[in-house]
Design a protein around this ligand. Structure first.
Ligand code: G3I
Length: 330
């Protein structure tokens, strides 16, 4: 999987340790926006960076744990679980009335060594996958609005990403993951999620075809996530996003923008990119919300200098903030 605009995460300051997030501001009401407006969150940043925490509490109505639910963090050793980070984000969201997106259940990055390096049969891996989904989804049953069940299943050319799951189980790992998630939490809306599938091309075509096939094959899928990691040079237009959302609606599925950021863009183009996605989501009946991948530039996975988010490194709003919020505020 090639990360779009993969930044130099090494220039991020080390993530502060996990822990409870204090609620020391008046949370924005869920109803303030017509759709969920979310941010990816690491509890340590919220606890130690006042600007990050204030903006998170007062501007966002949804959260996604940025890394707290990833396999290497929740299940570092076989049979051992550590939900400290995931619990901190979930409990903060519940204290502040925010929606929660669970992310991710099945992916090929940030897997623990015991899994990556293990010598497992396909049957072993199916059991490991089912147990992981049951453990993680079951822990938060009834509290998560949407899960990214399978994250980034495709390669850039639209073929299957040959990850550990595909190599062992073929494309059937997707059905197994969705069925295990539905069984563990019948209330949660179950999404597939992809990077770089917004622009025209083989990946976008293959992603839409996969979503439609899953739906037709009665796999318990409810929605399709488009991450929309964009740059000032390359971001999808409102019309392009509307076409994608319409194609998914005709499948009978929801859509969401799940991880948006707009790197290395001047204020004008950055605001245009956010406005395009927000307007398309606000006007699409089947769009459940738009999540940006972080709160302030200081802690972006792309590094502070990419300046991809709605608030700068010190937490001051950029023109992109109003450009994104206006379509949800009518
Ligand atoms: O938790 C360890 C810590 O113990 C260790 O000391 C430190 C230094 O090695 O690494 C920490 O883990 C890092 C983790 O973020 C938590 O901060 C990983 O090295 C680092 O690779 C990881 O990066 C995350 C990346 O996904 C890989 O999981 C980024 O924060 C996160 O923004 C990024 O988000 C992904 C989405 O989940 C899926 N879509 C693409 C998006 C961007 O890559």
């Amino acid at each position: 999987m090639a990360l779009a605009a993969c930044g130099d995460a090494d220039d991020r300051p080390p993530a502060p340790p996990s822990g409870p997030i204090p609620v020391d501001d008046d949370p924005i009401a869920r109803e303030a926006y017509s759709k969920a407006v979310g941010a990816a969150v690491w509890s340590g940043h919220a606890r130690e960076d006042d600007a990050y925490r204030r903006r998170l509490i007062t501007h966002f109505t949804s959260v996604t744990p940025e890394d707290g639910m990833k396999w290497a963090i929740v299940n570092p050793q076989r049979g051992e679980y550590d939900f400290t980070e995931a619990d901190a984000v979930v409990e903060f969201a519940e204290q502040t009335g925010k929606r929660i997106r669970g992310h991710p259940l099945v992916w090929d990055l940030q897997l623990p060594d015991w899994l990556e390096d293990g010598d497992f049969t396909p049957e072993d891996l199916e059991e490991i996958l089912r147990r992981h989904v049951a453990e993680l989804v079951g822990r938060y049953q009834g509290r998560i609005a949407e899960w990214d069940v399978v994250n980034e299943p495709l390669a850039d050319d639209g073929s299957w990403e040959e990850n550990i799951w595909y190599r062992a189980l073929g494309e059937d790992y997707v059905r197994i993951a969705f069925e295990a998630a539905r069984e563990a939490d019948p209330e949660a809306r179950l999404f597939i999620n992809e990077i770089g599938a917004e622009s025209r091309g083989p990946k976008s075509d293959a992603y839409l075809e996969l979503a439609g096939r899953l739906r037709r094959d009665d796999v318990p899928i409810d929605g399709v996530g488009f991450q929309n990691h964009a740059t000032g040079e390359r971001y999808p237009s409102q019309a392009r996003i509307e076409r994608l959302f319409g194609a998914v609606r005709r499948m009978g599925l929801d859509v969401a923008i799940t991880e948006m950021d707009v790197a290395n863009a001047g204020d004008g183009r950055q605001a245009s990119a956010y406005r395009a996605a927000a307007t398309a989501c606000a006007e699409a009946r089947n769009c459940t919300g738009l999540t940006v991948w972080g709160v302030t530039d200081r802690w972006s996975w792309l590094g502070r200098d990419a300046e991809p988010l709605l608030f700068n490194g010190r937490g001051r709003p950029k023109p992109a903030l109003d450009a994104l919020l206006m379509p949800f505020s009518d």
